[in-house]
Design a protein around this ligand. Sequence first.
Ligand code: G3P
Length: 221
Amino acid sequence: MGVIVVNTKAYKEGMGENLVELSRIMEKIGEKYEVRMILAVQPSDIRLVSQLNIDVFSQHVDAIEYGSHTGWISPYAVKLAGAVGTLINHSEHRMKVEDIAKAVEISKKIGLETIICAGTSEISKAVACFSPDYVAVEPPELIGGDISVTKAQPEIVKNAVDSVHSINKNVKVLCGAGIKNGNDVSKAIELGAEGILVASGVVKVKERKKIIEEMAKAMVK
Ligand code: G3P
């Protein structure tokens, strides 16, 4: 099943009522096209949308167990709040290798799915060794821009798919950065990705419903 992961980052358009509206749109379109919709939100917003028929991920967790860790994001707390998974090592919140490994280990132990982000195909290959559910390859310089990774650097997606699968065939690969429309999604699938990780191209546009529907359609074509 194709996957669309929408990361709301800290965008105003991805908080509060705007977030609820976005999640309802994703819920309906996901059901209609049988595409898995994942919404990666601020940890403080998890509870707001976790009751809907959509998979809510945290945008980050720290590699911490229960205990005295003031101000850190506990994997246990995001799970209790209703998250079913988490992003790890997003380019805007990078982690040390040992923390990536530990965050994945704790997440697995408590049944949180993991998407590890990586900026290059080499890093994608390296983090595949931790056996996350997904690796998302996103060249940092294209994030938030107008040119999709699938146009600017299609080879990075292809190489990430090949190298991740050379380590572990069960790890699915997503791609992201600059994804804006159905064509970008079709290309991602053509390059071997299981789905996409997108933020501004969905969260910050006026016609969210139209764009999400276009992306979902392209995914099942
Ligand atoms: O997590 C997704 C993100 O980094 C890509 O952002 O705005 O280029 O879709 P954007």
